[in-house]
Ligand binder design. Sequence first.
Ligand code: FAD
Length: 417
Amino acid sequence: MNATYDVIVVGARIAGATLAWELSRIGLRTLLLDRADFPSDTLSTHNVYANTLSKFREMGVLDELLATGTPLYNRAHVNFEGAVIDGRFPPVDGIDGCLCVKRKYIDDILFRHARSQPDVTAITGFRATGLLRDADGTVTGVTGVSREGQVQSFSAGLVVGADGRRSSVREWAGAERRLSVPTDYASYVAYVDGYDQGGERFVEFYKQGDKLAIAFPTSDSQYVIGFMFPLTDAARIARLRDEPESGLRALAEEGLSATALPARLRSASFAGRVRALLGYDNDWHQGMGRGWALIGDAFSFKDPAVGQGMHDAVFGAGLLAKTLSGYRPEDWRRAWEEMSARYEEGMRDKLMSRFEIGCQMTRNAPMPQELLAAYRLIGKDEQATRVFLGMYNYASEPGDIDREVGRLLAGIQAPGA
Ligand SMILES: Cc1cc2nc3c(=O)[nH]c(=O)nc-3n(C[C@H](O)[C@H](O)[C@H](O)COP(=O)(O)OP(=O)(O)OC[C@H]3O[C@@H](n4cnc5c(N)ncnc54)[C@H](O)[C@@H]3O)c2cc1C
């Protein structure tokens, strides 16, 4: 046994590094572990909205994120089946923008920031291989292997799985899977140079039939483009395996022909490798048990089309730290049920509405005509557009959009009223 901590965090990207920072603020001795080294990449389109940027400002990393040269932008162009909503995101905490920093930069910045905090010890190149438990089954630590092949164990009052979508900590802890909706879509991510939007940079969201695409302005003057089409399209998946670049161009030309994407791609060049995610579940797990907890994708993975995973990782880290701060570490053993009820309720209250939207978007089903009619109405009204886009950065809630649509409908029924 090497050392004892209050908390061990397995996984040191956005969820784990943010949690280590939060735990340092409340004076908990924390061991932050990752099998990876930083800087390093991971699959994502990595866009965050103003609400998450506000948190990054509080953490003291926003300036370093902006110093990567990644452009802040605040306009969105949405085209769902020809219903166009084009406008500006509402500000949150005085921040008027969105940022899409490549993971090789953002995870490294967050990791270095966490590692520099008091009471945080960080080890990379260490793969956790199992949990330690005491006689009554409570988790008491982690065992694993260093890059040099040395087996080491560390003990703590709490082990947190921040180890991603296919979390091992979750599996070892035996966390219950509370909800699971498999996706109908295959997802592909590509970086491009020379994607010309004709001036101002903005995000594009497209849905045409059974194809979806998102384009975000990102670091290194590039755009990151996410493409989605049905998993049942085996011929397209085979083509993309053999000819990723021409396959994605063909997908845009054939499947997203009514949008601006194919023309913009024609003048752009692909940079680096196209990456795929062939199938995933939108899932929601038990968040805490005796001696363990889960945050980030380990707790809940949601369809990338809603672009909320990184926000949820940051929010979950804050909520878990807040939950723990209500108890002294020596009291945790008698308070698991109470703490886990608080933590899970907080996660549900904040995140479930977007998780449910993700579960709808993950199904390959036509958008209802009433919904498209509502989007057309919203697209014609600046206030309604801001409220709609505020869903992405939590400036508004689904009920606010319903009220906006009600207002617009009332205006149609009683013109001039
Ligand atoms: C195609 C795609 C597009 C996306 N686009 C967006 C987007 O635009 N915006 C957004 O907000 N979200 C997006 N997401 C979701 C977002 O990427 C995730 O929510 C986010 O990465 C979760 O962060 P995390 O820290 O929980 O996990 P991860 O980023 O997966 O990090 C987990 C870490 O745990 C480490 N680890 C795993 N197992 C072990 C072990 N046994 N021992 C030690 N270390 C271990 C790994 O090395 C890794 O570094 C997207 C996801 C995908 C797949």
